[in-house]
Write a protein that binds this ligand. Sequence first.
Ligand SMILES: [Zn+2]
Length: 135
Amino acid sequence: MGDRLSPEARSAHMRLIRKKNTRPEVRVRKLLHSLGYRFRLHRHDLPGSPDIVLPKHMTAIFVHGCFWHQHAGCRLARKPKSRLDYWLPKLERNAMRDQEIDMRLRELGWHSATIWECETRHEESLRGRLLVLLS
Ligand SMILES: [Zn+2]
């Protein structure tokens, strides 16, 4: 990776990486690791660059922030109260993009799953969720 990157490009890249290694994502990774699963991160050759990819299970996992991806019925996903003309189209675009990525992955024969930020808060239930997902 990039000594050829300009300082601007590098800091943009670092921002992207930080955003990708969110705390919920790290929780899911740790748990998968402790359960003995082998996985890869951020496969850019797959639609949507899934956060976690389990090749043996043909499963792509997205760990999504409840607000940014509008987790239905979740209290973390409450709509903002101001600047709606800015937020609503943005959040709708995210949700549409998620659906499209899900469809494209399925067309390629992958299982696509979303783990929500709020689901990563309780280790026991997250463990159960992952075991069901990968059974
Ligand atoms: Zn949620």
